[in-house]
Design a protein around this ligand. Structure first.
Ligand code: FES
Ligand SMILES: [Fe+2]
Length: 384
């Protein structure tokens, strides 16, 4: 991280201004490999889901041959968005508007009244516009830039820093989406910031041996490994140990630039996807996996429907999502929930940045990853 001075590199307006947000969408997200879904979200031929990257509506699907494909979700007739949500396509993608139909490879196959109402339609030139798609572990990424480097090149040496976890062999036990009134970069910086761990989470992460933190980076991506206190197991003790992961495995944090964080412990494998909604609004989509034996345990923590969800929770699914949302009605700083503590911190920082009363004061070596991330953002945006 020698090339990243340990100081705040972005101005306050980078977190608050609409122009910055738009510029990031165009210069960064539209030219990056960003996480879209898990491969299991598109398990069978015909399964599709819709997402949005940098204001581009995108369809991801599994075609008849089992291949993952992505297309701009834009009809070639008069450019209507084609699909919404997720589901399974039985035959073709048919536009609801005038009925143009595309097969699952994106080829335009049918145009209503083609012979009687059109002078000429060259269907071979009017297929769906493809989007680059790639898979690593069971994570599916898309890149709207047709000239982008491969996902493999983009990931650089990040895979070498990951633990022995095989997410495709694990089961998803919690899927919770949290709304933050904060800019997406604050969520990422908070994930990477080693300085706040003891003051903010000293009680809520009792297993953490923060004196052993070791940062590393490669290309745009970053990792941090920390150990566990003697006699403790990292992760949540509701869950079984993951086969192939040593019992004394601590916690491995990764940023897959720009906006996916992965967190690995002896018992869990988690993705934290920061989805920018507006300059001051971001959703964090958190999905947790563990060993399949967890589903047999009687200690599951389902959502207690009789209790109100914490106000930041947009949705909570999965047999263990209750442990993330069945929380006592306390101030976030008293909740003993790492997530609620972090949301509180991110929103508090956003408020300070919006007040714009002064710039960020000083940063220490445990915040070097924050500066590293900011430099990577600047690398994409060019000059300030
Ligand atoms: S816009 Fe899709 S068929 Fe007309
Ligand atoms: Fe935190």
């Amino acid at each position: 991280m020698k090339d990243s001075p340990i100081r705040q590199l972005l101005p306050n307006r980078a977190y608050t201004a609409v122009e910055w947000f738009r510029r990031e969408q165009k210069e960064l997200f539209a030219r990056s490999w960003t996480f879209a879904c898990m491969a299991e979200d598109l398990k069978e031929a015909g399964d599709y889901l819709c997402t949005e990257v940098a204001a581009h509506p995108i369809i991801l699907l599994r075609d008849r041959e089992g291949k993952l494909r992505a297309f701009h979700n834009v009809c070639r007739h008069r450019l209507s968005r084609l699909l919404e949500g997720r589901g399974t396509l039985t035959r073709a993608i048919t536009c609801f508007y005038h009925g143009w139909s595309y097969d699952l490879t994106g080829a335009l196959v049918a145009v209503p009244y083609e012979r009687t109402r059109f002078d000429e339609v060259d269907k071979s030139c009017l297929g769906l516009v493809p989007v680059q798609i790639g898979e690593w572990k069971n994570l599916v990424f898309v890149n709207p830039d047709p000239k982008a480097e491969s996902l493999e090149a983009w990931l650089d040496d990040l895979p070498t820093r990951c633990g022995p976890h095989r997410p495709e062999r694990l089961v998803e036990v919690a899927d919770v989406r949290y709304r933050h009134r904060a800019n997406w970069k604050i969520l990422i910086e908070n994930f990477m910031d080693g300085y706040h761990l003891v003051p903010l989470h000293g009680r809520s992460i009792p297993d953490g041996d923060f004196s052993t933190m070791k940062f590393s980076s490669g290309g745009r991506h970053w990792s941090n490994y920390r150990g566990v206190k003697e006699g403790r197991v990292s992760g949540n003790d509701l869950f079984p140990m993951i086969e192939g992961v040593p019992g004394d495995f601590g916690a491995n944090y990764h940023l897959l630039f720009p906006n996916l964080c992965v967190f690995e412990t002896a018992t869990t494998w988690m993705t934290f996807h920061a989805i920018p909604i507006a300059p001051g609004v971001t959703d964090a989509h958190v999905r947790i996996r563990t060993a399949p034996e967890a589903l047999d345990r009687k200690t599951q923590a389902p959502v207690d429907e009789s209790r109100p969800l914490p106000k930041a929770v947009v949705h909570a699914k999965g047999p263990y999502s209750g442990m993330r949302v069945n929380l006592p009605d306390l101030h976030p700083l008293e909740s003993m929930s790492v997530m609620l503590e972090d949301i509180y911190a991110c929103e508090a920082m956003q408020q300070g940045l919006e007040s714009d009363v002064c710039g960020i004061g000083a940063m220490c070596d445990l915040e070097a990853p924050v500066a590293f991330f900011q430099q990577r953002v600047l690398d994409h945006l060019g000059t300030l």
